[in-house]
Structures are given as structure tokens and as C-alpha cells.
Design a protein around this ligand. Structure first.
Ligand SMILES: O=C(O)CCC(=O)C(=O)O
Length: 208
């Protein structure tokens, strides 16, 4: 099947239209041996807290981070520019599995590892201009989650801030497309519930 057909089929079979050209698609259990894959990545990647700038002040991310991709895929967010580290065998094999389903060969991946419920991701959108010629109105992101499920919340940017909540983990793939990054922000909130570790990989395309 041609790559564009695969994306269209994924959207038709698993998509949820959010309105205003925003859409998401969720596929459960894409990676069956997700726990083993997560442990292999933790051993393979130089995961560490990243220093970012929030409200003009440097802070460490409350999670471990590693960014990988093709040499051109430099990526700026939260006041920093990140140079890609090379693909590793574990990341390449997960990229292949995502490409098989989505029909797109992503050129970089941001890996976030949440050690416990204390680790989290604050409200933001992946709306940086390098995420494509039509960013942020048309951005494609494939977000693969290994390990324990965590609450993932989308909130509309308009004043009403309507929300959608998903549980992401256990090898699930969330694809966010169209104007989702333009219309919505997302977060993985902290939780006091005991939760196991989780690794999230957001595969992205960086404009050359
Ligand atoms: O861990 C997640 O599911 C979200 C990751 C995320 O928001 C990001 O990488 O921008």
C-alpha cells in the first residue's frame, strides 16, 4: 500500500476528528513486547534530565530525555536547540514499526522516560516552525508509549478549554495530525497514584 494510503486508512479506521482541521488516531497494543523494549531503551540511551528555560529561568525537566535523528534534524524547544544523537538499534526498530503502520519515515524522535508518577510533562504544543512547511497548522506526530499507562490530556486553546483524556502506554500509538498542535495543548500530569515507569517516543519530521 502506498504511504499516503496507509495514513488515510489509519485515520479512517482509528481517527477521531476534533474539529477545526485537528485529528488524532489511537492504536492500542502496537508493540506487544513493550516492557522489554522499554528496558532495552533505558539500557541503550543516554537518558538524563535536560536543562530547559521556562519563564526566563533554567530548570531541569522532571523526566529523563534523549533526542535522536538524522544529522539535519536540529530541534529547538523551551529555549534550547537540541542536536540529534544517532539512531540506535532499539530506536530504529521502533521507527520501522511506526512507519509500517503510518506510512511515514520520521527523521527524528524525542524520547521521554517517566520514572514514576512524580515525573511529568507540562502543558505545551509541538508547534515549532521546523516541524514542517505548514507548521503549526499541519503537523504530523506519532507518539509511541511503552511501559505503564499514564493519563494524557488534550485541552483546546480557546477560552472554554474543553478537554479530552486518553490513557497512553503498553505499546500504544497516538498519531496527532492536521491542526492538533495549533488548536490544542497537551500534558502528562503528575500523579500520586503508584505507577510504573513509562517511556514515550514522539517521532517527528523536521524540515530540511
Ligand atoms: O509522554 C507523552 O505522552 C507526551 C510527550 C510529549 O508531549 C512530547 O514529547 O512533546
Amino acid at each position: 500500500m502506498a504511504p499516503l494510503d496507509r495514513l488515510a486508512r489509519l485515520r479512517a479506521e482509528h481517527g477521531v476528528e476534533l474539529g477545526d482541521d485537528a485529528w488524532i488516531a489511537l492504536v492500542s497494543g502496537l508493540i506487544r513486547d513493550h516492557e522489554a523494549r522499554m528496558h532495552a531503551l533505558v539500557a541503550e540511551l543516554p537518558l538524563a534530565p535536560e536543562s530547559i528555560v521556562i519563564f526566563g529561568r533554567p530548570v531541569e525537566t522532571p523526566r529523563l530525555v534523549s533526542f535522536h535523528g538524522e544529522p539535519h534534524a536540529r530541534y529547538g524547544y523551551s529555549g534550547r536547540v537540541f542536536e540529534p544523537r544517532p539512531w540506535t538499534p532499539g530506536l530504529s526498530s521502533l521507527r520501522d514499526a511506526v512507519e509500517e503502520l503510518v506510512g511515514v519515515r520520521f527523521d527524528c524522535v524525542l524520547v521521554n522516560h517517566y520514572r514514576s508518577g512524580d515525573d511529568a510533562m507540562g502543558w505545551h504544543a509541538d508547534d515549532e516552525p521546523e516541524l514542517g512547511p505548514a507548521a503549526p497548522r499541519d503537523v504530523l506526530i506519532a507518539s509511541l508509549s511503552l511501559g505503564a499507562p499514564r493519563r494524557f490530556v488534550l485541552r483546546h486553546r480557546r477560552r472554554t478549554k474543553e478537554r479530552r483524556e486518553l490513557s497512553l502506554g503498553e505499546g500504544s500509538l497516538l498519531v496527532m495530525g492536521g491542526a492538533t498542535q495549533h488548536r490544542y495543548q497537551h500534558a502528562v500530569p503528575r500523579t500520586a497514584k503508584p505507577v510504573g515507569p513509562r517511556t514515550n517516543l514522539t517521532f517527528r519530521l523536521i524540515r530540511r
